[in-house]
Design a protein around this ligand. Sequence first.
Ligand code: B1M
Length: 233
Amino acid sequence: MADDLDPGDDLDLTTLDDQELTAQMHDDLYDGLAAEIRAATFILLGRGWSAERVLNEALVEGMRIVGVDFRDGILFVPEVLLAANSMKAGMEILRPLLAETGAEPVGKIVIGTVKGDIHDIGKNLVCMMLEGAGFEVIDLGINTSADEFLAALDEHKPDILGMSALLTTTMPYMKVVIDTLKAKGLRDDYIVLVGGAPLNEEFGMAVGADAYCRDAAIAAETAKALVQARRAA
Ligand code: B1M
């Protein structure tokens, strides 16, 4: 207890008012401080904040700032992974509470790295960024076949299908998946997003995707915008 009362070099999060604490959480997410995010999440919940408010005002807003700096080349992969892990630490506390209150996710996405390809660092970042943006993410992992994608679409009925490829030899497989959807008359049921280092806008259009996403931040922004547009239509 004595230790708790001694501020030492550490900031005592309980002494901050709500606004200061939220700003501190944005900083702590940026710095990848998972323990601090966990502690602050409990403090805000203890002050009567709803899980949804903590998610949106503290975690999602913090990750939005991280995403912008990642997109602009100010933050790099290791820092973003740490930030995303910190966000996950907060999310783990909120997830059961959100399920209880029935807060609607922004949307749902089924995502995977395509068949023949085992690169997943970028895809995992995209998943974390999407979770941070409020999406429910069903991650099929690596080496995902068209049949596996289709089975997951059927099971989870998402808004979005996301595919990742890092190899020039595996990126054409995205077209195989999209053509399979077309052949089954399912293509228009989903927003299709593609990404991965060797892709570009032109390739995305050529394979019949709705959008190519250059990075995780853009993937989250694009996913949000396209789901909102589709629901408004
Ligand atoms: Co591989 N590898 N690799 N590799 N590997 C590359 C891709 C390569 C460019 C290296 C090189 O030669 N310079 C090259 C591909 C060449 C080509 O095809 N033109 C290559 C090769 C050849 C191979 C092997 C064939 C090597 C071999 O065995 N001879 C082999 C293939 C295995 C296979 O997949 N079948 C192989 C294996 C591996 C490892 C297993 C060792 C490891 C992967 C570990 C893992 O992922 N768990 C690995 C790694 C780490 C790389 C490099 C070095 C880094 C990839 C990475 O994680 N980048 C890579 C070289 C490079 O890219 N510099 C290379 C960081 C990551 C954050 O970026 O994945 O681009 P990225 O993701 C970004 C965006 O692209 C976008 O958002 C992400 C975050 O901003 N994005 C999406 C990605 N997916 C998205 C999906 C979306 C939206 C956005 O959906 C909506």
